[in-house]
Structure formats: structure tokens, C-alpha cells
Design a binder for this molecule. Structure first.
Ligand code: V47
Length: 364
């Protein structure tokens, strides 16, 4: 029988030769305690692709409503209609917030929210088109596959028609949320009413086929096991082989506070670094892996840059989803702070737009 050490040596050979890793390889990578070996391998791939560069962007999160008719057990952000703390911004308020971000140098607004039982599709189109009209150069990275699925249900048109109307209203790309863990065994326990994994993948395919880029995420550190994670990564890799429409993968560290899963501890720092490294190694057809500092914390995000990540996300400006689940100190960062974090970790900071074009004037 192969020992763990032999296994890792075989995998490292594959990594050096640029060969694709298998499901079993992914599992062996998660199972090892040899964190430095994981970091070494992931760093080889990261530096091969991006040398010493770490990207960041100037962005703002905008969550038009927290009202949601679903009840995902990992979420502390949603409120039922009429519940204390429930809110819905008007399109005018959304424009005002986008304007503040634009004036502070943002190139992107990241728009996601709850599935409100009464808002019409026109509301969402209005949010997009009003921001676009006021600030045409702002990139609107808006609505996950879960929201697009909801729009399809409330409009009773085709997926293609929904995507087209969003694009006409100003949608430029889609964020990667709502993927959670694809394996239905886990999904039925943490988000049993939510868009199925098959549907999430199918809608991503349709978005990519319409020429729109999107991101992908994985929520880890709750009830999933290693094989669920590897299954998730391989499903994403398969779709990326087909469409090449994903820009970036973002591992999302579970924050338990005030969720139905608050009895769980959330992932350790070691586990988070493993996820970043294994993602970099398994997702050989993804250009970018994000160390999302909001969920990792700023210091662990710095370390993650040595474990395969090449992007720090951005200024964020007003994060609500992780904040609701107990992330108290990390809601926004200035450009200087992000650049400093990247440089302090030993990398060259490059400001990018949403599509990973360097923003030349701002290169540091
Ligand atoms: O879909 C919800 C997750 C996601 C919790 O595309 C939680 O560039 C941790 O998708 N603890 C939203 N995570 C965030 C997201 C994202 C973030 C940054 C960049 C991009 C991108 C996408 O957050 C949700 C869900 O998977 N989430 N609750 C929680 N308690």
C-alpha cells in the first residue's frame, strides 16, 4: 500500500509535469497533515501563472434586500418579510450607494441579495439600469445563479430571456455565490429549498454561453467532508473545460455566529489554507483563486497568497453577509491597506478591473 508520503510525492510529480489531478489525488491532498508540502505545490502553480503578482480591485458590495423566502441554515443575513431588521433599498438608494463608491474610486459594484417574495423582476432591472445610466463605466457584477433561477420562476420566461434582459439592463458579469457545496447529501441539510447544484451549473453554462463571465465559490467548514469538497471542485473543473467562462474561484470560510449552525466552530486557519491550496491544485483550468480577506481575515489572507491564491478581492466597502454571521472587524479596507497587506506578504500589488485587466494608472 502507498504511504501518505509516497502519495504526496506522486502528486508533486504530476504538479511539476502540469498533469491533471484525480479525485483520489484531491482527497489525498486534503487528508495530509503536511501543510508545507501543500503550500509548496500550490505556490509552484500560482507562480507559474502569476509570478509575483497579486491582484486587487476597487469595489463595493451592495445588497439591495435581505428579505428572503428561503431558510439556508448557514445564513445569518436573511430576514423574513416584516421581521425586525428586514430592509429593501429603493433603486434610487442603490444609485446613491453606487455613486459614493464610484466617487471613492470603485470600478465595480457587486450586487447580491435575498429572494424577496414580492419584488418584481422589473425592480432588479431598474437597480441595474439606474446605476448604469448614472455611472456607465461602473462594472455591474450582479446576481448569482440562485437569483437568476428566482427571476426565471417569477417571470415564467426562459432562462435565456432572463439573462438577455439582465444584460440589456446593464449586467456585466455574475458573482459566484449560491454554489455552497454541490453534493446533494450536504445541500439537503444546509439549504434544502435552494436551487439544486445541477441547476446552478446549468445556469452558469447558459450565462457563459451568452458571453457573460462569472465566478464560482465553495462554502466550506460546516458539515461537509473532504470528498464533498473534491466533488465540488471537480464539477466546477468539468464545466470550466466546457465553457471557460469562470474567471475566479473563491473559497468561502463558514462563519457560524447567529446561524442555525452556530454550534459548529467554523474552519480552522489550517483548514482554510488547505482549501486554498487544494483548490489551486485541482482547478487547473481556473486562472484566479481569491483569498477573500473578509472571510479569511486580513492576516490569514496574506498567508493564503503563499498557498495558491493570487487575488485579494477588493475594498468591499460595506460587507453585510459575513458581518451578520459574526465577522465584526473586517467590513472594508482602503486601497492603501490592501496594497500594504499584499506588499507586506512579499508580492507586487496590481489593481485590476473585474475582468482582470490591469488598471494601469493605479498600478502600485
Ligand atoms: O452565497 C452565506 C456565503 C456567499 C455565510 O464572486 C456565508 O467575486 C460564510 O458569494 N459564512 C456570498 N459564508 C458571498 C460571495 C462572494 C464573496 C466575495 C466575492 C465573490 C465573487 C462572491 O456567502 C453566499 C454564501 O455562499 N455565505 N452565509 C456565512 N455565515
Amino acid at each position: 500500500m502507498h504511504s501518505d508520503k509516497n502519495n504526496l510525492m506522486d502528486i508533486e510529480e504530476k504538479v511539476l509535469a502540469g498533469e491533471r489531478l484525480s479525485f483520489e489525488d484531491g482527497l489525498a491532498l486534503f487528508e495530509t497533515d503536511d501543510l508545507p508540502a501543500l503550500g509548496r505545490m500550490a505556490n509552484i502553480v500560482r507562480r507559474r501563472r502569476h509570478k509575483n503578482i497579486t491582484y486587487y480591485n476597487m469595489n463595493r458590495h451592495l445588497n439591495p434586500t435581505n428579505v428572503c423566502y428561503w431558510d439556508c441554515t448557514f445564513c445569518a443575513f436573511y430576514r423574513k418579510p416584516g421581521q425586525e431588521g428586514a430592509y429593501t433599498f429603493t433603486p434610487e438608494q442603490c444609485v446613491e450607494m453606487a455613486g459614493q463608491a464610484f466617487n471613492a474610486g470603485a470600478t465595480e459594484v457587486h450586487i447580491v441579495g435575498g429572494l424577496h417574495p414580492h419584488l418584481k423582476f422589473d425592480y432588479y432591472l431598474d437597480v441595474l439600469s439606474s446605476i448604469k445610466r448614472a455611472y456607465p463605466s461602473l462594472h455591474l457584477k450582479a446576481f448569482t445563479m440562485v437569483e437568476i433561477d428566482h427571476f426565471k420562476r417569477i417571470t415564467r420566461t426562459s432562462d435565456e430571456e432572463v439573462i438577455l434582459r439582465l444584460r440589456e439592463a446593464g449586467l456585466d458579469s455574475c458573482p459566484g455565490g449560491g454554489a455552497e457545496i454541490f453534493h446533494e447529501e450536504v445541500r439537503k441539510q444546509i439549504c434544502r429549498h435552494k436551487t439544486s447544484s445541477k441547476r446552478w451549473i446549468d445556469l452558469s453554462r447558459k450565462v457563459h454561453n451568452a458571453g457573460i463571465r462569472s465566478n464560482a465559490t465553495m462554502l466550506y467548514g460546516h458539515i461537509e467532508n473532504y470528498s464533498h469538497r473534491v466533488d465540488h471542485l471537480i464539477k466546477l473543473r468539468e464545466l470550466q473545460d466546457e465553457t471557460n467562462g469562470f474567471q475566479c474561484f473563491i473559497p468561502l470560510a463558514f462563519h457560524p455566529k447567529d446561524t442555525e449552525l452556530s454550534h459548529l466552530p467554523g474552519p480552522s486557519g489550517v483548514d482554510s489554507l488547505k482549501v486554498v491550496a487544494v483548490s489551486r491544485l485541482m482547478l487547473d483550468n481556473f486562472d484566479h483563486i481569491k483569498a477573500y480577506w473578509v472571510m479569511l481575515g486580513k492576516h490569514l489572507a496574506q498567508v493564503a497568497l503563499h498557498y495558491g491564491a493570487n487575488d485579494m478581492d477588493g475594498t468591499v466597502m460595506e460587507e453585510r453577509i459575513t458581518y451578520a454571521a459574526g465577522q465584526v472587524s473586517e467590513r472594508e479596507a482602503s486601497r492603501n491597506e490592501i496594497v500594504h497587506l499584499i506588499q507586506e506578504a512579499g508580492f507586487q500589488a496590481v489593481e485590476r478591473d473585474t475582468l482582470y485587466n490591469p488598471v494601469e494608472a493605479m498600478m502600485v
